[in-house]
Design a protein around this ligand. Structure first.
Ligand SMILES: [Mg+2]
Ligand SMILES: [Zn+2]
Length: 251
């Protein structure tokens, strides 16, 4: 099996965009599940039991209310986020790429803005992203984290048929970002792991690249497409963040 170090060189470009999924891609865990695993395993089990029946963002919002009622505090949630696994090699890799200039950073995530910014801050990465698109959330005075879907369930819904969750179509969001940041980037790099990263990957071009984490939802969806030559972008696979660092160093 080839490794990141064996990757053939990426052609030089003037201006590139790197898009990061958050959970299990930039971060080495799933933030929604992690907070409950640290603070309230019973609610973590409830989440698992209801996953098939309740839309994910709604389910996270519901369990955050439960946690609040059980006495879980804002400080406890913030501390759980700060200790969530986040690989030092990822911090090194993105910091080095950022410092070389020429790369725009975009975070596209089904987590929420409070989780993401709290974790980034704890890693000294507050200024990494040019834009973060995710579900809105805010603390109320009582310490409850109020979470909502990015797409309000009472308004118009996205029309994606690839399998994006109702709260957000990542493909639509990527296209909207590219529209806001014209002219076209010479290269787009997409770092992802989950099945909800497949939709944006399908919208990438020949000159773009996917850094796909192995053995997770995105890998399973991409593999047959790649084998049949139905995928436009080049794909590089990785397992540990140290391998992403090696790839980032080549950009
Ligand atoms: Mg993910
Ligand atoms: Zn979609």
């Amino acid at each position: 099996m080839s490794t990141a170090q064996d990757a053939k060189p990426f052609p030089p470009v003037e201006r590139q965009l790197i898009v990061f999924d958050f959970d299990w891609s930039l971060a080495d865990q799933d933030s929604d599940r992690w907070v409950l695993e640290v603070l309230a395993p019973k609610l973590r089990k409830k989440m698992k039991d209801l996953k098939k029946d309740v839309q994910w963002t709604d389910l996270v919002a519901m369990t955050l209310k439960d946690l609040h009622e059980l006495g879980g505090t804002r400080e406890q949630i913030e501390e759980a986020l700060r200790i969530m696994p986040f690989h030092p090699a990822m911090v090194r890799g993105v910091s080095a790429l950022k410092s070389r200039g020429k790369t725009s950073f975009f975070c596209l995530s089904n987590a929420n803005i409070i989780y993401i910014t709290t974790i980034l801050k704890s890693k000294g990465l507050d200024n990494l992203f040019d834009e973060i698109v995710t579900n809105p959330a805010e603390w109320d005075e009582s310490g409850l984290l109020k979470l909502r879907r990015r797409i309000d369930p009472s308004g118009p819904q996205h029309k994606c048929k690839v399998g994006c969750s109702p709260n957000m179509c990542k493909g639509d969001e990527l296209e909207a970002f590219l529209e806001r940041h014209r002219p076209d980037f010479d290269r787009v790099i997409y770092v992802g792991d989950g099945s909800n990263d497949f939709c944006p990957v399908l919208r990438l071009r020949k000159q773009d690249v996917v850094f796909c984490r192995r053995y997770r939802g995105l890998h399973n969806l991409i593999e047959p497409y790649e084998k049949e030559g139905r995928l436009q972008p080049r794909v590089e696979y990785w397992t540990g963040a140290w391998e992403v660092e090696a790839l980032l160093d080549q950009l």
